[in-house]
Ligand binder design. Structure first.
Ligand SMILES: [Zn+2]
Ligand SMILES: [Zn+2]
Ligand SMILES: [Zn+2]
Length: 140
């Protein structure tokens, strides 16, 4: 088995204590790169994890800027690995998500959505969400 150096470094730089479950879950996100995955996907891959531990781990990962929530076109919540500049105080995932209408596959799409929006003066953006729907490369 390979030593999850990258996962360890990421936990450390995001001020999270390393536990074997955290490492295991983070490894799954690292291997999925820009692909969003659901609770169920993770539960299926991690050995002996209860839902509460998983829920708490995902919540602390989101809080510390390791992963972000993705609500796909059907209102289903998924999670994806953050961009490198996200940390415990700020998320910078101002990108769109592509959702395949056929297989449900959801991916992060590069490009800042906010840069082209003319947000009125005095308004503060807290969260940006844009879902692009269509067919993924496999289904198309
Ligand atoms: Zn983020
Ligand atoms: Zn598809
Ligand atoms: Zn994303």
């Amino acid at each position: 088995m390979s030593i999850p150096i990258l996962a360890e470094q990421k936990l450390l730089s995001h001020k999270l204590r390393r536990t074997s479950k955290r490492l295991e879950i983070l490894e799954i996100f690292l291997s999925h790169r820009r692909n969003a995955i659901s609770n169920q996907d993770i539960e299926d891959k991690v050995t002996d994890i209860d839902r509460i531990t998983l829920y708490r781990t995902l919540k602390s990962f989101v809080k510390h800027g390791l992963i972000h929530e993705v609500v796909d076109g059907n209102g289903k919540v998924k999670f994806a690995l953050c961009e490198d500049n996200c940390d415990h105080s700020h998320h910078h995932d101002n990108h769109a998500h592509f959702h395949c209408q056929k297989c449900g596959h959801t991916i992060c799409v590069n490009g800042d959505i906010n840069s082209d929006l003319k947000i009125p003066v005095g308004y503060k953006v807290n969260k940006t969400s844009l879902i692009v729907e269509g067919l993924c490369a496999k289904c198309n």
